[in-house]
Write a protein that binds this ligand. Structure first.
Ligand SMILES: [Zn+2]
Length: 203
């Protein structure tokens, strides 16, 4: 089992880090660099709560938590034109690698959204794997750039969490979400194609 956390909210340092230490566990933290509390001139996007600062992030990394990329501004990467997509990935990776002084290995797609060109771009940045959401177990046939994850919500109780870890009740807990995810992927693909057509006709 792999524990992953997205965005870099402040409670990762205050709440999660001590728990990981207590249980001798580790995790991966996918960080939106433009959201960090002291992002300064690099500030971008709008977080939904209090974020980690760079100093706290260094402490998180020093405790052995894997730091991974999550885009610079938390934009939905599958909706961006190529240049913006690369800039989102490049800046995020560069800022994180400068601070934690080691190459990033894995990436979490913001909102879990990716398509073939996003996955190619992430691979091109040198990442060795990337996580989607999908609320299913990761399987070898997905390849390393579209690994499924299960969402643990604020409302997820201990019994439910145990059931998830053991692979029980997935259909019951996530059935509706999975259908929505699949339907929404089609909508997003259509939107992106419509955007491209618009761009072509404008030329
Ligand atoms: Zn996120």
């Amino acid at each position: 089992m792999v524990l992953t956390f997205d965005d870099g909210y402040a409670d990762f340092h205050g709440t999660v880090l001590p728990l990981l230490a207590d249980y001798g566990a580790t995790a991966s933290l996918y960080v939106t660099t433009g959201w960090l509390a002291d992002a300064g001139p690099e500030r971008a996007g709008r977080p939904l709560g209090e974020m980690l600062g760079w100093g706290q992030l260094a402490e998180v990394a020093a405790q052995g938590v894997e730091i991974g990329g999550h885009g610079h501004s938390h934009a939905a990467l599958d909706q961006l034109p190529g240049r913006s997509l690369h800039e989102e990935l490049r800046l995020n990776q560069e800022l994180l690698e400068q601070r934690i002084q080691r190459p990033l290995a894995t990436f979490g797609y913001p909102f879990g959204y990716s398509d073939a060109s996003v996955r190619r771009a992430v691979r091109g940045q040198g990442y060795r794997g990337a996580c989607a959401v999908a609320n299913a177990f990761a399987e070898p046939r997905q390849g390393p750039y579209a690994l499924s994850r299960l969402t643990v919500r604020r409302s997820t109780g201990l019994a439910e969490f145990c059931a998830l870890v053991q692979g029980h009740s997935l259909a019951r807990l996530y059935g509706r979400d999975r259908l929505l995810t699949r339907g929404y992927a089609l909508v997003r693909r259509g939107r992106r194609l419509a955007g491209r057509v618009g761009l072509l006709s404008a030329n």
